[in-house]
Design a protein around this ligand. Structure first.
Ligand code: DX5
Ligand code: ZN
Length: 217
């Protein structure tokens, strides 16, 4: 089985038909479903919140990987647990208490993820790795799909060194295409998020290209 998991981001899906889009990517090979929550405050874009994520849950049969681009995080953890998130990822930049946030995410029964913006060093999470199930390495500045990949290979290598033999996923998020994927896979990433690379070429009538796009990464 493939060592590298592909987690298509529904940020690039048809916002008028998430159920169909989720079923299509899962039918066509998605390992996880990456759900980008944006609050228009931490990032300059707004997507959806707990009620929408709860509705997505009815269609997700793999893993619902919820990426919170919001600040603050703590007041909403319970709501995303109730909405059915399997993994809940908070940005280390979203507040001063990432240690407490990760404890709270695990305490709510979810796997705990921490995300790092391109400008944030790997060392920022050095002291919370025992509370972490997934590190999301942003390879774009968060807020939009379809942006140009920023090479974070050195950071991925550094993270793998720090993680050692802990069971921690290293997820790459942003600008992942067949051209950029090998770079980060070689550095030690084991989950690749892809939005525009998966959903480009899809259409209302024919979402078949999703499978080809997923396999091409
Ligand atoms: C960006 C999101 C990413 C984005 C990836 O803020 O966190 O998950 O949807 O989209 P692509 O793969 O198109 O860069
Ligand atoms: Zn994301």
């Amino acid at each position: 089985n493939r060592r590298i998991k592909i987690a298509p981001s529904i940020l690039s899906a048809d916002f008028a038909d998430f159920g169909r889009e989720i079923r299509a990517i899962e039918d066509q090979g998605a390992d996880w479903v990456h759900v980008d929550v944006m609050d228009g405050h931490f990032v300059p874009n707004l997507t959806f919140g707990p009620p929408a994520v709860k509705a997505f849950r009815k269609h997700v049969t793999t893993v619902m990987d919820v990426h919170l681009m919001i600040a603050p995080v703590d007041p909403y953890i319970e709501a995303y647990a109730e909405a059915g998130a399997d993994i809940l990822t908070a940005h280390v930049e979203a507040g001063p208490h990432i240690h407490r946030t990760l404890q709270a995410i695990r305490g709510a029964g979810m796997k705990a993820g921490v995300a790092l913006n391109p400008g944030t060093p790997a060392e920022a999470i050095q002291h919370v790795l025992d509370l972490t199930d997934l590190v999301c390495v942003m390879t774009v500045n968060p807020g939009f799909g379809g942006q140009k990949f920023i090479d974070m290979t050195a950071k991925v290598r550094r993270l793998r060194e720090m993680i050692g033999d802990r069971e921690v996923h290293v997820e790459i998020d942003g600008g992942v295409t067949p051209a950029t994927a090998p770079l980060v896979a070689a550095a030690g990433a084991d989950v690749l998020v892809a939005g525009s690379a998966v959903f480009s070429g899809g259409s209302v009538s024919n979402s078949a290209p999703y499978g080809e796009n997923i396999r091409a990464i």
